[in-house]
Design a binder for this molecule. Structure first.
Ligand code: TPP
Ligand code: MG
Length: 694
């Protein structure tokens, strides 16, 4: 096709080619303009993305959050220009955080011209919550494909609960595109293994087999037989030998749609930087602008006007409108009619779907939450949590979750009648078994949440390190996910320092938007859940004890409902007006209470502040914060079985922190408490020292 043919009448195949080359050249021009970005992969994968979007996907650009849409995940997020191009060319509409359409396009041509610039809706990588039509944030390689497994689990679960004969309310598929990087990352292996185990035949990954990564040819670091690997997992493995052959790509996708009982993996042989005479098949094509001269040569090879920039030739928008636009509109219209009838026949189920889509909770979601009586022997945080989870999962139909093979220890098993296990042949179960795959668990919880289910994942607190990259994305995406991390300190003493979290609290507290809570007793656990369940746009972490914690006497001390403020005055000097403040979290709160009683007995006016969540407390009014921590009271002691890092912000420069400055040790808990100073006497001594009464 020569340059002059661009405006000529075309056959269908020429339309296809024109659209594909539009994606390619928009990508090339945007990267060149930004002087940064990744042109090569969009150039290679434009035919794939075009085929999936324009020939296959049921996606209505008019409503990018229609619940039964097919999902598209760009796991090799550096190729974001693929997504910005198709979202623009399909005229996908923007929606806001309240799930309303806002009457503007999601990505304008101007956004593409301003690729990677502040406020552009074409940022460096796909950002969920920033650009409508992005199904999940990708960029850290491997996260996208792993998240897609969560989306596939969600589709199966939704179909099982809500579909009825003649009412296929949920029958969508999930497509994920990935490259060598994603395939090398461990998280992808974890997720692929579980996807096959669960027989997720609604899931299709397309692997861009281009033999190139940043440092060069994959022969330097990645030489496995990937087809055999995926066959070993139990996937249906297909190969398309030419990334430009859109009919073969479409055929492969058709095979995917007919394949039952296992997910499909399509190996697509491609040439990075396709069409660039000097950069094709080189690592330079991965992450550098082509350069003006090479762009001219490349456009010439596509038969494109060499000097045109950001060109969308006549007919391209129309061709997308006739493809994905028409198909998506029809699918959504038919679905909406079906759903209207469904609403008449199954009003309660329909109401659940509506509420779920808006991330609302059903009426009565917190009925029967336990209220724990005073008990000095007490109950472990994990035990209390298990009771709460079992109530919530009965009250909220779409609340589900599981653990990375630690259910009996994290107490996260849902044991009520009918809870069931999620397995290939029982896809309505509410107990997920992630296996010993914490990283994939994190991404899967994100995928479930992106599908509007209310999901939790669980493991030991120390292994939150293995979940953290996905947890960070949860916060970045503003997803209301829940992570239950038990064995939150040295409570499993004998397991030793490998199992004793030290820096995990500080590190999670440092994630913007993540709500981290470390409750002090069983009633604080209940209140912690009550708070986090009402979050719609924030993830939450619960750090829970392994060992029993005394259930505090709430007639003597303040109500646990103070948890909702992040920190509250639990015990005070008679009449208030304290001279020293003891601040503690979790298992150290009862320790602080004991120290407080000892101080009172000696006539020292102390106050105990239970501070389960820094983040929530920091968001309270200044007035409230000052009422809990009066600025004039400088004598402050913080006690927490974790790194002391960061506590200065609450105890000030003249305060003391009793915490961990080293790793722990292997010994019974009592001995560890003595060795590391977590005893009331030590707290009392610190308080007196600060008051000059040592
Ligand atoms: C977890 C993670 N590590 C490293 C990077 C940096 N990075 C971005 S792309 C890339 C190379 C990816 O190679 P491949 O997936 O084959 O992409 P291609 O160049 O073929 O498109 C790397 C190392 C990243 N984004 N995420
Ligand atoms: Mg590659």
């Amino acid at each position: 096709m020569g340059t002059t043919q661009v405006a000529q009448p075309r056959t269908g195949a020429e339309d296809d080619q024109l659209c594909i080359n539009t994606i390619r050249t928009l990508s090339i021009d945007a990267v060149q303009q930004a002087k940064s970005g990744h042109p090569g992969t969009p150039m290679a994968l434009a035919p794939l993305v075009y085929t999936i979007w324009n020939r296959v996907m049921r996606f209505d650009p008019q409503d990018p959050i229609w619940p039964n849409r097919d999902r598209f995940v760009l796991s090799n997020g550096h190729a974001s220009m693929l997504l910005w191009s198709v979202l623009h060319l399909t005229k996908t509409q923007a929606v806001d955080a309240d799930y309303e359409r806002v009457g503007q396009p999601s990505v304008t041509l101007d956004d593409i011209r301003r690729f990677r610039q502040l406020a552009s809706k074409a940022p460096g990588h796909p950002e969920y919550h920033w650009v409508s039509g992005v199904e999940t944030t990708t960029g850290p390689l491997g996260q996208g494909v792993a998240t897609s497994v969560g989306m596939a689990i969600a589709q199966k679960w939704l179909a099982t609960r809500y579909n009825r004969p003649g009412f296929e309310i949920f029958d969508y598929n999930i497509y994920a595109v990935c490259g060598d990087g994603c395939m090398m990352e461990g998280i992808a292996s974890e997720a692929a293994s579980l996807a096959a185990h669960l027989g997720l035949d609604n899931l299709c990954w397309v692997y861009d087999n281009n033999h190139i990564t940043i440092e060069g040819h994959t022969r330097i670091a990645f030489t496995e037989d990937i087809a055999t690997r995926f066959l070993g997992y139990g996937w249906n493995v297909l190969r398309v030998g030419d990334a430009n052959d859109i009919d073969r790509i479409e055929d492969a996708v058709k095979v995917f749609r007919k394949t039952k009982g296992r997910p499909t993996f399509i190996i697509l042989d491609s040439h990075i930087g396709y069409g660039s005479p000097h950069k094709q098949d080189t690592p330079e094509a991965h992450g550098e602008p082509l350069g003006e001269e090479e762009i001219r040569l490349t456009k010439r090879s596509y038969g494109w006007p060499e000097d045109a920039k950001f060109l969308v030739p006549g007919g391209v928008y129309e061709h997308f409108a006739a493809g994905v636009g028409a198909r998506g509109a029809k699918s959504r219209r038919e679905w909406t009619e079906l759903f209207d009838t469904y609403r008449g026949t199954f009003p309660e189920l329909a109401a659940e779907i509506d509420q779920m889509q808006r991330r609302e909770l059903p009426a009565g979601w917190d009925r029967n939450l336990p209220n724990f009586p005073t008990d000095m022997k007490g109950i472990a945080g994990r035990e209390a949590s298990g009771k709460v989870l079992n109530v919530l999962a009965q009250n909220i139909p779409w609340f589900l979750g599981g653990s990375a093979d630690l259910g009996p220890s994290t107490k996260t098993l849902l044991t009520f009648e009918g809870a069931g296990d999620f397995q290939a042949n029982t896809p309505g179960g509410k107990n997920l078994h992630y296996g010993i795959r914490e990283h994939a668990m994190g991404a899967i919880v994100n995928g479930l949440s992106l599908s509007k289910l209310r999901a939790f994942g669980a493991t030991f607190f120390i292994f939150s390190d293995y979940v953290r990259p996905a947890l960070r994305l949860s916060a970045l995406m503003e997803l209301p996910t829940i992570f239950v991390f038990t064995h939150d300190a040295m409570g499993d003493g004998e397991d030793g320092p490998t199992h004793q979290p030290i820096e995990q609290l500080a590190s999670l507290r440092a994630i913007p938007g993540l709500v981290t809570l470390r409750p002090a007793d069983a009633n604080e656990v209940v209140e912690a859940y009550r708070s986090i369940m009402q979050l719609r746009h924030k993830p939450a972490v619960l750090a829970l004890s392994r060992q029993p914690l005394p259930t505090l006497d709430r007639n003597k001390y303040a109500s646990a409902s103070g948890v909702a403020h992040g920190a509250y005055v639990l015990a005070d000097a008679p009449g208030g007006n304290p001279e020293v403040i003891l601040i503690a979290t979790g298992s150290e709160v009862s320790l602080a209470v004991n120290a407080h009683e000892a101080l009172l007995a000696e006539g020292i006016r102390s106050r105990v502040v239970s501070m389960p969540s820094w983040d929530i407390f920091d968001h309270q009014t200044e007035e409230y914060r000052d009422s809990v921590l009066p600025p004039n009271v400088k004598a402050r002691v913080a006690v927490e079985q974790a790194s002391t890092f960061g506590w200065e912000r609450y105890v000030g420069t003249s305060g003391q922190v009793i915490g961990m400055k080293t790793f722990g040790a292997s010994a019974p808990l009592k001995e560890l408490q003595r060795k590391f100073g977590f005893e009331p006497e030590r707290v009392v001594a610190a308080a007196k020292e600060l008051l000059g009464r040592g």
